[in-house]
Design a protein around this ligand. Sequence first.
Ligand code: ADP
Ligand code: MG
Length: 371
Amino acid sequence: MSMTAELQTIIPHFDFSGELALCEPIMTGHLNRTYRLGFVLPDGTRRDYVLQRINTFAFKKPEEVMQNVQLVTEHLCQAYRKQGRDPANRVLRLVPVKGGGVLYQDDNGSWRAYDFITGARTIDRVDSPAQFQEIGRAFGAFQNMLSDFPIERLYDTIPNFHHTVRRMEAFERSVVADVRGRAASVQPEIAAVRARRNGMGRIVEMIDAGTLPLRVTHNDTKINNVMLDERTGEALCVIDLDTVMAGSALYDFGDAIRYGASTAAEDERDLSRVRLDIGLFSAYAEGFISETARSLTLPELENLPLGALVMTFENGMRFLTDYLDGDVYFHIEGADDNLARARCQLKLLSDMEAHSDEMYAITKALIGKYR
Ligand SMILES: Nc1ncnc2c1ncn2[C@@H]1O[C@H](COP(=O)(O)OP(=O)(O)O)[C@@H](O)[C@H]1O
Ligand SMILES: [Mg+2]
């Protein structure tokens, strides 16, 4: 077993049980550094954990992130127990740090550990609508079990994360500043964003008006943040909880559709390949609504498609903003990556608009079926 000197100094600070027998990096993540640790208990059985270094570039206040994660995971565990079900292998469970808390910090970083979800895997692309439905069911169950969470207890770890109206203001400032002199060459894209300005602030407006309640939102509802049973394909556990915050349920639903129900990757340059897969939309919506039909309010359920439109708009606008700013936020490999991403999102958005009536009709039918 090879292990870095760094890990050797971190591991003893966690309350792991048994003798360390395995330590290997997990390469499927994108933001955090993740290791699998295996321990052998005195009776010979194995117990595995994941040890993760929190990306403190993205998360400036790891204590607040961990406080949110702890509250949410404890609530989920209680929800399982109330249903008479065992939360083991279904909820991320934190390993305590010796001396208190769930976060270990040294000069080099911030670390936390979870019980390992066994017999499970993550996927980067769905291979069938049924699989996407199962992912929707997982995020729906997550939302459902957190529907009675005392939302005021969560820290706003990324303030105004989905404040579409503020993001539109930031976009306009970038157009005016035009620090790289790029605005002239992207007039059609700027016009596409501006043309949607009115409708896209609606989620923020409905939150402010009290029409949409604040919920626990995951904020990274990608396919690869649900662990699926290796053999049965059943969704076992929602992972990657660093961005749990208060927000609208529409955000999580919408971002899952934006990312998972597109016929192409987020940065596809051949725009003729970028469309909304309405079959995938329908599958995810069915999984999600089957779990949330009774815990979300009717205005939330009926407006789920708006979430898909707004999240796609917001992403397109953010990519375009970053292109105008000179690529200071999103990582790029090629000079026009952010422009390509913006165009891709705007294309997806216009295809969603073309299928908007269909999305609303499907949603309505599913509400009728499950509520
Ligand atoms: N509790 C866990 N049990 C088993 N594997 C896990 C667990 N948490 C994370 N992983 C694995 O590590 C990968 C990265 O973890 P994740 O928390 O999603 O970080 P990132 O922000 O880097 O995506 C996941 O794709 C998954 O394969
Ligand atoms: Mg992840």
